[in-house]
Design a protein around this ligand. Structure first.
Ligand code: UDP
Length: 330
């Protein structure tokens, strides 16, 4: 059987494709290459360029390949963009996912792994690691767009022979340990990526968005997780569903948080040089602190993270950034 990866040319999707191939799976990719890259898709994967909401294309893909599982990454991921363009986010993340799920059900695809997010939690009531059972109250259209998709999956799984795993990602960073792919999005806005680019002189400075949050140093706290551990959790989810496990939503994080200032310090230490930092207003849609309680993923999926080390994550992100600089990919 083959696994269909949507958004396989994007940051996490491209790592997923390599991890599946490393695990001996047959892989099919659909990506419209709006933010992803053709070069980032492992040559061993069969590639279709197009949109997940194109039902005729999806029928073609399902008829040309023996697919039993979909791992769905395709979507938009920038919280402040979603605040500025909510309808665009609901279209790209929610409406198109609805269409994909419908295509999957019509084709009788039994297993679905969904790329969800810690943004479904918003700011937890207490500033401590969140379990899956806390109230879901996203603070951005991005978080809402993902939560709506989780709800569609839940209801679809009740009505049809369809099992899903929604993995709620915390803050993903780093690159493939074998150096085959990394975070390559032009104009990326994520903290570790921007800090690495700044340390390498590709940006003049980095802004810290907000210093008056109710956190120990006033800047936001996040649970940064290595992309390779994250894609391994998807493999575990796939194995579990194929072995008869039921639907599940599980956190993917390490259970500890770092503030923005701590991350910048760590980038300075790993790179061994200083860079310009400015302080600015809070960014819209940012909760103060979001840290995972990963117990469920460990217990249910048998997930054993291997890269829980902020300096190691940053080293890996820096190495990839350097690779992009050398390739002139800026
Ligand atoms: N952040 C920052 N400067 C930047 C990028 C991000 O201060 O240039 C902060 C952002 O406000 C948030 C944290 O870093 O508190 C993580 O943001 P990121 O965009 O990496 O991920 P998010 O948590 O929004 O998914």
């Amino acid at each position: 059987m083959a696994v269909l990866v949507t958004g396989g040319g994007g940051y996490i999707g491209s790592h997923m494709v390599w991890a599946l191939i490393d695990a001996g799976e047959e892989v099919v990719v659909i990506d419209r290459l709006s933010t992803g890259f053709r070069w980032a898709i492992a040559p061993e994967a069969r590639f279709y360029e197009g949109d997940i909401a194109d039902a005729a294309l999806m029928r073609q893909i399902f008829s040309e390949n023996e697919i039993d599982a979909i791992i769905h990454f395709a979507g938009s991921v920038v919280v402040p963009d979603s605040v500025a363009d909510p309808l665009g986010y609901y279209d790209n993340n929610t409406v198109k996912s609805r269409s994909l799920i419908e295509s999957a059900v019509k084709a009788g695809i039994p297993y679905f792994v969904f790329s969800s997010t810690a943004a479904v939690y918003g700011t937890p009531d207490v500033l401590e690691p969140v379990t899956e059972s806390v109230n879901l109250k996203p603070e951005s259209p991005y978080g809402s767009s993902k939560l709506m998709t989780e709800i569609m999956l839940r209801d679809t799984a009740s009505a049809h022979a369809f099992t899903y795993t929604a993995l709620r990602y915390f803050n993903v960073a780093g690159a493939d340990p074998a150096g085959r792919c990394g975070q390559s999005t032009a104009g990326a806005t994520h903290l570790i990526k921007v800090a690495c680019a700044t340390a390498l002189g590709m940006r003049p400075s980095i802004s810290v968005f907000g210093t008056d949050y109710p956190t120990p140093d006033g800047t936001c706290v996040r649970d940064y997780i290595h992309v390779w551990d994250l894609v391994q959790a998807h493999l575990k989810a796939l194995q579990r569903m194929r072995a008869g496990g039921g639907s599940l939503a599980a956190n993917c994080g390490y259970g500890r948080g770092f503030s923005v200032l701590e991350v910048l310090d760590a980038v300075r230490n790993v790179h061994g040089s200083d860079f310009a930092v400015s302080f600015s207003e809070r960014r819209p849609g940012d909760p103060a602190m979001v840290v995972a309680d990963p117990s469920l993923a460990k217990e249910e999926l048998g997930w054993v993270p291997q890269h829980d080390d902020l300096a190691g994550i940053i080293r890996s992100a820096l190495d990839w950034e350097l690779h992009l600089v050398r390739k002139n990919s800026y």
